[in-house]
Design a binder for this molecule. Structure first.
Ligand code: C2E
Ligand code: MG
Ligand code: MG
Length: 403
């Protein structure tokens, strides 16, 4: 295996973010990856000027999507027409359908777009981006288009290189494990473990998302059946992309899979991201309603980040509301965020939904969520997502601490 993070290959990285702390954190992580030639810009204008004059030229730009004055989309617009076109990866604090759009815009404008990473930036995501950059240079791939191509993703899917990791969901009152969310990762033979934020937008743009979600659904089902056979009865949550809610036969097909694996749908929670754009509203609602009729609980994912949360809550029979981590991590220090968190929890409870908080990282956040009446938490404070084989040991440890 070639070492894709070979520090010998020099590269100049420009980090563009209005938050100085985030720039510093990224610079520190990059340094660990052997990238020491790092430039900073606090806004889009400075970034464009730096790219124009930098000697040696900037190789890779890590670009915040939301910035005052000039946002990331505008920077992309100028870069697209410019003489210098470094490779690009987006950084974003919002987990939104917007990311897919931004990636698409950059690609249409002819830029080499490596993907998108969510804040807080994990070292794994950054490693993947740097490795992808270096791989592109090595293979001399076309500047236009993504380094991780649709074809490569399709091959990975067929070769079984996509795998599920599982993150526990824990009851705030009893500390009991309520279930696990399945989260896809790409085990790339050269680039290592690639997080979904980097390839889900590509899958959505290319239409591969259907095949991907189907395959992951079946993998989760098999895992469920495997655990059940071992005496571990739990629930597994599966993410459905809003973009795949176009196939009217989906409910019958997945109900068929449930029968084949002899699993009661009540154990498989289907998470639908509310920021996802429905292609056809009637068809999407048709599918969601029939999934509920077949016995699947539905969860509204990333609540608060979308455009039509209230409308969807009213129309779709959700069983669970998952509050996006943006409203969890910011709540302790920001009165507005705290109010949104409080109100979202109250809203969910009044509607009779199980309220789950995502992205709980600290004991303070845990306590705050308990105070506002959240039912279930999920986050690094409890555990990071882990391979299925690690779950037994983790459960053992968790149940010991609980007592
Ligand atoms: P999501 O469904 O909202 O999943 C939660 C994300 O938050 C996961 O990111 C998880 O690793 C991360 N997370 C959990 N706890 C914490 C925490 O305490 N701190 C921080 N900073 N992050 C935390 P991940 O695995 O990178 O997945 C990102 C998104 O990709 C998911 O967001 C989901 O929308 C999508 N996705 C993941 N797996 C699949 C899949 O199998 N199919 C489809 N269609 N989408 C998927
Ligand atoms: Mg989810
Ligand atoms: Mg979520």
């Amino acid at each position: 295996m070639t070492d894709m993070t070979d520090p010998a290959a020099p590269m100049r990285v420009l980090v563009v973010d209005d938050d100085a702390l985030i720039r510093a954190l990224i610079a520190a992580s990059l340094d660990k990856l052997g990238v020491s030639d790092i430039q900073h810009a606090a806004n889009g204008r400075d970034a464009l000027e730096l790219i124009r004059v930098s000697e040696p030229p900037v190789d890779l730009v890590l670009l915040d999507l939301f910035m005052p004055k000039m946002d990331g989309i505008e920077v992309v617009r100028h870069l697209g027409g410019g003489a210098r076109q470094p490779a690009l990866a987006f950084i974003t604090g919002v987990n939104a359908a917007l990311l897919g759009t931004a990636v698409h815009i950059a690609s249409v404008r002819g830029l080499r777009i490596l993907g998108a990473i969510e804040k807080p930036i994990s070292p794994e995501a950054l490693t993947a981006i740097v490795a992808m950059y270096r791989k592109g240079v090595q293979t001399g791939r076309d500047k236009v288009g993504m380094v991780v191509s649709t074809a490569e993703l399709r091959e990975a899917l067929q070769a079984g290189h996509l795998e599920l990791h599982y993150q526990p969901k824990v009851n705030l009152k009893t500390n009991a494990v309520e279930g696990f969310e399945s989260l896809v990762r790409w085990r790339h033979p050269e680039l290592g473990l690639i997080p979904p934020g980097i390839f889900i937008p590509i899958a959505e743009e290319s239409g591969l998302i259907n095949a991907l979600t189907n395959k992951m659904f079946i993998a989760a089902l098999e895992q469920y059946a495997h655990w059940a056979a071992e005496g571990l009865t739990t629930k597994i949550s599966v993410n459905l992309s809003a973009r795949m809610l176009v196939e009217l036969s989906l409910p019958d097909r997945i109900a068929g899979e449930m029968e084949k694996h002899n699993v009661d749908p009540k154990h498989i929670i289907l998470e639908v991201t509310e920021s996802g754009v429905f292609q056809d509203e009637a068809d999407s609602l048709d599918i969601l309603a029939r999934l509920t009729m077949k016995g699947f609980p539905l969860a509204i994912d990333d609540f608060g980040t979308g455009y039509s949360s209230m409308a969807q809550l009213r129309r779709i029979p959700f069983a669970e509301l998952k509050i996006d981590r943006a409203f969890v991590s910011g709540a302790a220090g920001n009165a507005k965020t705290r109010t949104i968190l409080d109100s979202s929890v109250a809203l969910g409870k009044k509607l009779g939904l199980t309220v789950v908080a995502e992205g709980v990282e600290t004991a303070d956040e845990w306590k705050l969520l308990a105070d506002v009446g959240t039912d279930v938490v999920q986050g690094y404070f409890v555990s990071r997502p882990m391979p299925a084989k690690d779950i037994r040991d983790w459960l053992k440890g968790w149940n010991e601490i609980r007592r």
